[in-house]
Design a protein. Structure first.
Length: 225
């Protein structure tokens, strides 16, 4: 059931140019986080199937390889419980901030902005960005326009190598030595096979051809338009 608070936040955040996704239960929230990558999560403590503390804990203790969500998602908990112990409980579970209800919307908006700025400064050190393509070297995840792209370990290493210098064409020999640690590459289709599968996976979420084969030379990432 959509609450009056949810409707209020959707209406006002949308008016302030935020794109808003909603979930009414903890399980729905986890499922939503598994197929999208929001910039920030507003998590109510009171949910019909589990409390927000448990949702937060499951997100934070998730395995970046096994679980579909990002364990480093910025989370602001919302709760009518204003006791110091409740606030501490939320922060211990992994919340980045804890806002008690009722709250003034401008204050919540300011807290969202402050958290996004703080996270952005930290994330820039761990992310390789090429347009909408983001390769997170900390969580080992790949997203395009916020949508998660599941990749294998070698596919990730290949993409991270290319994205680290998007203006450069990497030779096949160089990629085989860097990603696969081949000392004498010889004749192998390993690189081409991985590049092809990676291109197909990226094509599921984007019409853009991200992996470019420069014939006679090697591979590069498509430069942003």
């Amino acid at each position: 059931m959509v609450t009056r608070l949810s409707l209020f936040l959707v209406e006002n955040l949308s008016a302030d140019d935020y794109s808003v996704l909603t979930a009414t239960t903890g399980e729905q929230a986890l499922e939503l986080l598994g197929r999208s990558r929001p910039d920030v999560v507003l998590l109510d403590v009171l949910l019909p199937d589990m409390n927000g503390y448990d949702v937060c804990r499951r997100v934070r203790t998730g395995d970046a390889i096994v679980d579909p969500w990002d364990p480093d998602l910025p989370i602001i908990m919302l709760s009518a419980k204003a006791e110091h112990t409740d606030r501490v409980r939320g922060l211990v579970r992994g919340a980045d901030d804890y806002v008690t209800k009722p709250f003034h919307y401008p204050e919540l908006l300011a807290r969202i902005g402050a958290l996004l700025k703080r996270v952005s400064r930290v994330a820039d050190r761990d992310q390789l960005r090429v347009g909408d393509l983001v390769v997170n070297t900390l969580s080992k995840q790949v997203t395009v326009a916020g949508v998660l792209v599941p990749v294998s370990v070698k596919e990730f290493q290949l993409l991270a190598t290319l994205a680290a210098d998007p203006n450069r064409v990497f030779s096949k020999r160089e990629l085989l030595e860097t990603v696969w640690e081949f000392k004498s590459p010889g004749r192998t289709r390993t690189l081409d096979s991985h590049a092809s599968r990676l291109r197909q996976k990226l094509a599921v979420v984007s019409d853009r051809r991200w992996i470019v084969n420069v014939w006679g030379h090697g591979y590069r990432v498509a430069a942003p338009e």
